[in-house]
Design a protein around this ligand. Structure first.
Ligand code: FES
Length: 100
């Protein structure tokens, strides 16, 4: 016989919600959350296109190694899994054709 682990979902203390934009669209994140986590929670998985065949790419390793989640902030390329969301953060994807 097995026993389900207790659900501690209600015990999680969340930080304040803040807004950021991704390709001009507004999203909510919790202060201090990584951009990759906020985008995944918003079900936005297509972050960039592969340089060769332009296939969709997104978060993979979540620790800054694979470069699959890179975005542009203030003209600089940075891994979204290593970037904490801050108020007034404006992010641009590296997608060639934006999903509509
Ligand atoms: S998911 Fe691999 S570098 Fe961000």
């Amino acid at each position: 016989m097995f026993q389900l682990a207790p659900n501690h979902q209600d015990d999680i203390v969340r930080t304040a919600k803040i807004r950021f934009t991704f390709d001009g669209e507004s999203f909510l994140a919790h202060e201090g959350e990584t951009l990759a986590a906020a985008l995944m929670r918003a079900k936005l998985l297509h972050i960039r296109d592969a340089p060769g065949d332009e296939s969709p790419r997104g978060v993979f390793c979540c620790m800054g190694l694979c470069q699959e989640c890179v975005v542009q902030v203030d003209g600089k390329t940075i891994e979204s899994c290593r970037l904490s969301v801050s108020p007034d953060l404006h992010v641009t994807s590296l997608r060639r054709q934006l999903d509509t």
